[in-house]
Write a protein that binds this ligand. Sequence first.
Ligand SMILES: NC(=O)c1ccc[n+]([C@@H]2O[C@H](COP(=O)([O-])OP(=O)(O)OC[C@H]3O[C@@H](n4cnc5c(N)ncnc54)[C@H](O)[C@@H]3O)[C@@H](O)[C@H]2O)c1
Length: 389
Amino acid sequence: MLKEQELRIGVIGAGGRGRVAAHAHLPGKGSRVTACCDTNPETLAACRELYGAELFTTADWRELLAQSLDAIFICTPDFLHEEQAVAALAAGKTVYLEKPMAITVAGCDRVLAAAAAGGGRLFVGHNMRYMGIIRKMKVLIDAGTVGEVKSVWCRHFISYGGDAYFRDWHAERKNTTGLLLQKGAHDLDVIHWLSGAYTTRVSAFGNLAVYGGLPRRNPEEPAQAKFNAAHWPPPAQSGFNPVIDIEDQNVVILQMERGILGAYLQCHFTPDACRNYTVIGTEGRIENLGDSPDSPIAVWNRRTDSYRLFPDQVHRGEETVGGEHGGADPVIVKEFLDFASGRITVTTATPEAARMAVAVGCQATESLRNGGQPQDIPPLPTAGGNPRS
Ligand SMILES: NC(=O)c1ccc[n+]([C@@H]2O[C@H](COP(=O)([O-])OP(=O)(O)OC[C@H]3O[C@@H](n4cnc5c(N)ncnc54)[C@H](O)[C@@H]3O)[C@@H](O)[C@H]2O)c1
């Protein structure tokens, strides 16, 4: 028997990222996954194993929305987010919507409007804001450790790019717009959060430098998009998606509020994987050296005329309790449960900021597909919440 106050949780897109919802399955402790939707029957069988035989399962997400549920995780491929989130909000559910919020700016604004209409409430799964290392960088920057922020750069090395993004639905722009949006939404959001400023204008270059010319799988064969360390070097690989019309390297420059300038570099054929954020202010420079929970955060704030490998200060990320994505997943799900049950109303990740990350990803993609022409970022349709704090 469910306790009366226990939140009933549904999951749409229960395979892959949908497993994040397992952090919300706390029978007897306030929340329980009671319904799962996925188009893959094997995934639904695995969900019944995980959540119990009484779990409601369906391949039709509208059927799931018709169930008696308080909150819904939407973890389907990006191009489905808009329609499913709008419907879930209209049905009065509290929604955990995976990033990116949608694959167009208009799509995001539709989701924001559905949330503003007052049915359900919206939370977007920007879990990087919940990583101990990113949280600590935010605390240090806000405390003035590097003075007033003027430059923000992110270099994103993605060794698993060829396995994760060029073998299945991710590889087609109709499903994602492109990887500046699909993958970049995280980084662009962190750039905005760390600097406390949104991007106003963007210019970008990008191309399909490596994966475009490699052997594709037959369209009838199932997609195999799993990390495989033996898949090296990239030009020796095969089995890629029949259609690839996205880029595998991108270079973006950002004009931001308060005269801040940003740069974002994304590469999908590197040997190692890391996001490196470098923030330069009027009194120093801060940088994460690696992005695992125990990676050092380095601060240089003493003037010299040569490179110093050893920084002036070394900090560590805030405590996490383990789990995937640098310990972020249990933390973000806990905050979502607090939000869904009404214990909190202000959240660390916000729908407005999520929409701004998508807007920059979309406009940067537009720029790179048009010879690098600068693009203005459409402002938020309404002033709302406290998006940058
Ligand atoms: N925040 C993060 O750290 C993070 C990490 C990975 C993925 N994601 C996001 O999660 C989403 C899913 O990515 P993924 O890598 O898990 O993809 P995936 O393809 O591995 O999984 C998607 C799941 O959705 C199911 N699905 C597809 N169409 C469906 C439909 N119409 N109705 C119900 N289920 C359907 C699939 O069967 C599959 O189980 C993406 O939007 C991605 O950006 C976020």
